[in-house]
Design a protein around this ligand. Structure first.
Ligand SMILES: Cc1cc2nc3c(=O)[nH]c(=O)nc-3n(C[C@H](O)[C@H](O)[C@H](O)COP(=O)(O)O)c2cc1C
Length: 160
């Protein structure tokens, strides 16, 4: 199974840690959005998209890249993120806009992963930031478990 993970991680490289943990389990290639060679995406069975959350949404570079992607049929993708605050389903679903964007291009989202990340934005830096040390070992273990589950789903779909 060929997997490409596309991520951006501009604040403290929190999401980069998650991208690497998931990437290791899936033996994925990892790339930044601006380095993606769009025609070569055809050769991947699975794409992962992730970034920190900035003003309630994934990094704009992911959306800009997806705008340029051709429509696909039944191609599998997953999404991951790290954020300063909690995600509460139906209240502040950080993944929803990216899920929607990818679904509009024909991607089938087979999983989403979120964890907390060190956050020193704005006034938070004066109080030492939020979530110091995160993603921590436990977050990385959860990201690895998520990747194992993704692997199982792909196997069940006879793609893995
Ligand atoms: C400009 C900016 C805006 C942010 N906005 C939010 C936000 O709306 N909600 C949230 O939960 N975290 C927010 N954060 C915190 C980041 O999502 C969090 O620190 C994340 O782990 C950063 O990931 P990164 O190190 O991969 O960039 C913001 C951070 C920055 C720098």
């Amino acid at each position: 199974m060929k997997t490409l993970i596309i991520y951006n991680s501009i604040h403290h490289k929190n999401t980069e840690k998650i991208a690497r943990a998931i990437g290791k389990v899936l033996k994925a290639k990892i790339s930044k959005p601006d380095k993606v060679d769009i025609p070569s995406l055809k050769k991947y069975d699975l794409l992962g998209f992730g970034s920190g959350i900035y003003f309630s949404i994934h990094h704009e570079s992911l959306f800009q890249l997806i705008d340029k992607l051709p429509k696909v049929k039944n191609k599998k993708a997953f999404i991951f993120t790290s954020s300063g605050s909690w995600q509460i389903k139906y209240l502040n679903d950080f993944n929803a806009p990216l899920v929607q964007k990818l679904e509009n291009k024909g991607y089938d989202i087979i999983g989403t992963f979120c964890c907390r990340g060190y956050d020193t934005v704005g006034p938070l830096k004066h109080i030492g930031g939020l979530n110091k040390g995160r993603p921590n070992k436990e977050d990385i273990r959860k990201a690895e478990n998520f990747a194992e589950n993704i692997k199982m789903v792909m196997k069940a779909l006879l793609i893995g």
